[in-house]
Ligand binder design. Structure first.
Ligand SMILES: *Cc1c(COP(=O)(O)O)cnc(C)c1O
Length: 439
């Protein structure tokens, strides 16, 4: 202490204010090679050391020599939106989980969907899509893409002849979800791939049609579309993969050639996954996906069996029930990492009622009772969460569609969507029984 001033450093040749910005920036304490858990790396920008190394980083970004996108030299990190350690490590693991060559993450599932579609289409192209899609994807295709002269034709992908018939000169993408939200109907991935491959035989390389599947509903633990021949699998990381409902994210998994395109798309359109969100998905979400899904599937089957026996229920659809209309296809297509049958954690069921209006009103009353009285079931959209979530598609997620059209597309006016969480089956069943008794 001198003249009432406290000196914190004897060695300092610059102000403390400056020193507390820079610290010991080259300290040996930044040793990330011995961590068991990867550190949260949250740096928007990266020290480039020399102008030459900086120039090399820019020149190399998204310009991978053939065969180096999957396993190349260590990247020169430049700026978070280009790439950084948490996202890059997560991407390696997501590519492995989906059985694909490369993965690129995005800020949300919708950012991933718009990136893969944006990266492979241009004005004048046509997208062929199943007639039932996640609402925001439907909105992207019908409200925005027409402004860029990218059109979408909606057909029923279960009709192979119609699919073959509609693959036209301008078609560039065949896009669908399986299981379909909310009806849980399945589309045979290998059958669609077979029809598209046949069409591709007669098309030049630069006009090939890509099969893109939104795998969010199943999660990569329960189904890997690329293994069945799809070109790309997209997922919302917000759902089962994060699993705890804390972070948003999206991913595109695909062939090696698409890696640079997707990185450039992310760089310029800007929907990069936050490093702080990549970290929990890398450290908690993806590693715990199998144990969460196994427990959720056991519970989903018990809940489905309970509902199936109750005479107040019109129907219950769960791909793990032998009564499921496409049970054989489910057994072929929905398999876990070890090849075991993995029918997922989503259920769709409807309450009995004489008219569509009566079923609609009953579904709404049932959900309202749950919202007010249930302990283990929460009224909320989203899915794949550790908490069991319920919603009424007819009056919520799909309410923009007139009831007659809902029925035409397989949505029952009384239909209830249930995403099973990690609670004990008997607690979920008790809440459901009380709600049924209240009607
Ligand atoms: C939630 C969801 C999306 C969008 O994901 P976000 O992370 O919310 O952007 C896309 N497809 C399906 C099937 C979804 O359930």
């Amino acid at each position: 202490m001198k003249n009432g001033k406290v000196s914190l450093s004897h060695r300092r040749s610059h102000s403390l204010e400056t020193e507390l910005i820079h610290g010991k920036s080259l300290t040996k304490k930044w040793d990330f090679n011995h961590h068991v858990v990867p550190p949260i790396s949250s740096s928007c920008t990266f020290r480039l050391d020399t102008a030459e190394r900086g120039a090399k980083g820019f020149a190399e970004f998204a310009h991978h020599a053939k065969g180096t996108a999957v396993e190349g030299p260590p990247p020169i990190y430049i700026y978070d939106r280009f790439g950084e350690p948490n996202k890059d490590v997560l991407e390696e693991n997501l590519a492995a989980a989906e059985g694909g060559q490369i993965a690129v993450t995005f800020s949300t599932g919708m950012a991933a969907i718009s990136a893969v579609l944006g990266a492979v289409t241009a004005g004048g192209d046509e997208i062929l899509a199943h007639h039932m899609l996640y609402g925001c994807t439907y909105s992207l295709l019908t409200n925005w893409y027409p402004r860029y002269s990218i059109s979408t034709k909606f057909i029923d992908f279960k009709d192979t002849a119609a699919l073959r018939h509609h693959l036209g000169e301008h078609t560039r993408v065949v896009y669908f979800e399986t299981p379909v939200n909310p009806t849980l109907e399945l589309i045979d991935i290998e059958e669609v791939v077979r029809v598209v491959k046949e069409a591709n035989k007669h098309r030049p390389q630069n006009r090939k049609i890509y099969v893109i599947i939104d795998n969010t509903f199943a999660s990569p633990f329960c189904q890997r579309p690329i293994v069945h021949g799809a070109d790309f699998a997209v997922s919302s990381l917000t759902k089962s993969i994060c699993g705890f409902g804390t972070d948003m994210g999206g991913v595109v998994v695909g062939p090696e050639w698409s890696y640079d395109k997707l990185l450039l798309y992310r760089k310029d359109f800007g929907g990069a996954l936050a490093a702080k969100s990549a970290w929990p998905i890398l450290v908690y979400g993806l590693p715990s996906l199998p144990v969460r899904m196994r427990q959720q599937m056991d519970t989903a089957l018990a809940v489905a069996q309970f509902l199936e026996k109750d005479e107040r229920i019109e129907f219950v659809r769960y791909p793990g029930l032998p009564s499921f209309p496409e049970y054989e296809l489910a057994r072929k297509q929905m398999r876990d990492y070890e090849g075991e049958f993995a029918p997922g954690g989503m259920l769709y069921f409807s309450l009995r009622g004489k008219t569509p209006k009566a079923r609609h009103d009953k579904g709404e009353a049932f959900i309202n009772f749950l919202a007010k009285n249930a302990y283990s079931i929460t009224l909320a959209v989203s899915l794949g969460n550790i908490r069991t979530l319920v919603e009424h598609p007819s009056s919520m997620t799909h309410s923009a569609i007139p009831v007659a059209e809902q029925v035409h597309n397989g949505i029952d006016p009384g239909g209830v969507r249930l995403s099973i969480g990690l609670e004990m089956a008997q607690d979920i069943i008790r809440d459901l029984r009380r709600a049924l008794d209240s009607l």
